[in-house]
Design a protein around this ligand. Structure first.
Ligand SMILES: [Zn+2]
Length: 161
């Protein structure tokens, strides 16, 4: 079992945080964007960037090549739909995608929208970590979190209609 501190400060003890999230054991506090048969998409407001989405496999796997044929199709379809919704309801022009297989979570893809302010951290992969840290440390204020939560509702409304 692992003890995990959630973004709201609550500490939970779980075998696997991803399994706990998907089963509803851990409340995502209005951060869910959409669910499909095999995937679960949410925003982690610990990184308060408008339109950032984490797309995670419901099954307890880590690697892309562990996805079944059906899961692969579901993955690319929902990834594309979320991307389209980011463009249509939030006007997001570009997105950076990131996933690592040596994770303690399930197979999951970060979809990090690209905003003007991010370019001071670089133009490519090297900018991703500083961008996320900047968001967590500097943008973690009431007004920005309100914006972020509004964006989640817009994405969820678009994707679930
Ligand atoms: Zn799991």
């Amino acid at each position: 079992m692992r003890k995990i501190t959630l973004s709201n400060g609550k500490v939970v003890e779980v075998e696997c945080l991803s399994c706990a999230l998907i089963s509803g054991l851990v409340d995502l506090d209005g951060e869910v964007v959409i669910e499909t048969e095999y995937f679960h998409a949410h925003q982690d407001v610990a990184y308060p960037i408008k339109g950032l989405v984490i797309l995670a496999s419901k099954r307890h796997i880590k690697c892309l090549d562990e996805l079944t044929e059906e899961e692969r199709i579901d993955y690319i379809n929902i990834l594309s739909k979320i991307r389209e919704a980011q463009r249509e309801v939030l006007g997001i022009e570009h997105v950076y995608y990131f996933y690592n297989e040596d994770t303690t979570h399930h197979f999951h893809t970060w979809m990090v929208p690209r905003y003007e302010w991010m370019y001071k951290f670089g133009r490519s992969i090297e900018s991703v970590r500083p961008v996320l840290l900047h968001a967590r440390n500097v943008m973690n204020n009431h007004d920005n979190i309100t914006e972020v939560r509004k964006a989640i509702r817009l994405l969820a409304a678009k994707l679930n209609k």
